[in-house]
Write a protein that binds this ligand. Sequence first.
Ligand SMILES: NC(=O)c1ccc[n+]([C@@H]2O[C@H](COP(=O)([O-])OP(=O)(O)OC[C@H]3O[C@@H](n4cnc5c(N)ncnc54)[C@H](OP(=O)(O)O)[C@@H]3O)[C@@H](O)[C@H]2O)c1
Length: 302
Amino acid sequence: MKIFVTGATGFVGRYITRELSQAGEEVLIVSRSLRKAKESVPWAQIVEGDPRKPGKWQDEAAKCEAAINLAGSSIFSVWTKAAREEILQSRILSTRNLVDGLNREGNCKTLLSASAIGYYGSRLDDEELSEDARPGAEFMSEVCVKWEAEAKRGEQAGMRVSQCRFGIVLGKDGGALETMLPAFRRMLGSSLGSGRQWMSWIHLRDLFSIFTFLLNNDSISGPINCVSPNPARNREFAEALSKALGRPIVLPGVPAFVLRTLLGEFSNVLVMGQRVVPTKLSQNGFSFQFPTLATALADLIG
Ligand SMILES: NC(=O)c1ccc[n+]([C@@H]2O[C@H](COP(=O)([O-])OP(=O)(O)OC[C@H]3O[C@@H](n4cnc5c(N)ncnc54)[C@H](OP(=O)(O)O)[C@@H]3O)[C@@H](O)[C@H]2O)c1
């Protein structure tokens, strides 16, 4: 199958495109930097282009039978007005232009478009959130709602569209774990805020398996929670990480007000959470290789 990928040079994209390519799929990517793409995804065919703008890259997208949409600027920043605009527009415009390109020749049958569990907003209660739970009222919820709506436009041209709501993706060489490991290795890591907030996570290997499951399963569409079946509270997560590293937690938790002073509204992503469960994947018989945090961390750190 010929698969078109945006955001392929990032943490998730590098892994997914390499695995797809090793599985014999033909992978074509768009990147804003040809040089960066050649270095980070040498296994893929590359077309240079900025997915936020219409361009020749859309003609290449039109030739593909499936597409995976991962492009978007990092949310790990202080959310100034300019940063918010970039977070929102990089996703909306890239998705809109991708769908327009895919629509041109009617070759594309399946679009898997990234979204995030930020869709559900901050939930301090213990409610388990399946795909039909309502969206939150915060900035990231608004981003996800608009991002998913752009992807849904693909349905008008007959594509099967899945909006993949990623939990915190745990993998090597990037993502949240790489950010946390240095502090925990030096015994400077701890829980954040109350430590009771839920962290819904997914091992990168399982995320790849979800993509292949969705590519090959014509009967599944719409929003999909891409999370393990066992979300953990932030304190449990910190303890599991410290155990996997063999380094005790010696510091008290970081108070929420300190994070808010340093990071502003982005700190909500860290101190609030949501308990998201993979209802649709479970109903459709998807099997997780790393269902628990202990198995995931043992694989990634052990
Ligand atoms: N990692 C997670 O835990 C997680 C959790 C929930 C949701 N997600 C979502 O999943 C997607 C992939 O995540 P990731 O961790 O792999 O992200 P990443 O490492 O930050 O990579 C994102 C890619 O998007 C492109 N990009 C960056 N800024 C852009 C901009 N301003 N305009 C257009 N394209 C831009 C870049 O590709 P080029 O420079 O090659 O163009 C980059 O390689 C993201 O949309 C992210 O929001 C990730």
